[in-house]
Design a protein around this ligand. Sequence first.
Ligand code: ATP
Length: 374
Amino acid sequence: MRDTEYHRLLGMNRDAFEELEAHLEERTYDGQTYRHVPDYRRGVERGTTLIDDTIVRGFPKVPRTLVLSDGVPERFADQPDDRIAVEEKLNGYNVRVVRLDGERLAFTRSGMICPFTTRIIERLVDFEDLFEQYPKAMVCGEMIGPENPYTAHDYPEVDSLAFRAFDWRDRESGEPLPVETRRERYETFDIPQTRLFGRFEVDEAATEIRRLIEKLDAEDREGVIMKSLDGTAQLKYTTSAANQGDLAYAFSLPFDYGQPFMFRRLIREGFQSVEWDESDAVARERAHELGEAILLSMHETIETVDAGDPVGERHTVRASPETVDVLFEHLERQGLTIDIEADRREDGDRVCTFLKQTRSTIDKTRNYLDGHIV
Ligand code: ATP
């Protein structure tokens, strides 16, 4: 397809498209070349992919509030409805599934076709009828569970890896379905969805969400996403368990996670502590937990490197041997070094635990341990 047509699909003028083109990344999947928008750019969602003669829109960035009482009304004040839907925010990785030329493909957040997800999702969910009836649908959801190659988090209801739908958009325009229509359609097609906690008046939502967050926090779950009923506006808010879990993870690889990642999570804790009007004792308890999340994970990493062992992001996957092979090829093509730590067969599947080495943390920690002066 000529680029002039891409700019029309994207709703951009020619100059803006030319500027965007300079930032596209080119990749191949199954012998086919495609380009994607790997980062945030003005006018087009990150993760948008130009493939064949069509485009697949990225999933929009979800804004966050640090203060429920003011952030919720602020975000939804100009919406046509007085109510918003509140759904669970699941902690896994974002995936969009579309059908192109009769083939179902799964795209990750940054717009790459993930060969692992493309294959494994066929085993997890039956999309046949959905795409037969709605060929231009873009099914958006989260891949969750402990046997997960990107973001592993335990959910008692998931043994290995599962898919939960949370949005349905038009593949080319990115337009979402209203929440109720979307939930009904997924139900019709028997596709598992993220939990809907309810629909609340905008003015009362903050109080309801606070209650929900306390419950989710106690269950070590991530948080909520609020949505206007027409599906166009979203807002997220997370539990302290999620903030602290992220901090512990990031500080276990302190030189690989950007400092803004850590800083943002610390700030969230500060605002939550104040909005929830915590007593001195409760705030101290939070401070203690935060300190543990940061220091204990870092302590363990330094000791591991000191013992001469590698550190990194450890994951387990369970899939057909071919699916595991294509996953490793995909990760290595992105420049990652993979150490396979355990590898066995179970019911025809390959169950593999591997470490994505994080070079900066290994090298810098080693240098400091050797007395490097800063
Ligand atoms: P961004 O905010 O740009 O999406 P991020 O990595 O900061 O990027 P998160 O903080 O994890 O994202 O929050 C947004 C993500 O939450 C979505 O991209 C989506 O994958 C995930 N998510 C989980 N549950 C839901 C849900 N019910 N509705 C919408 N998104 C959800």
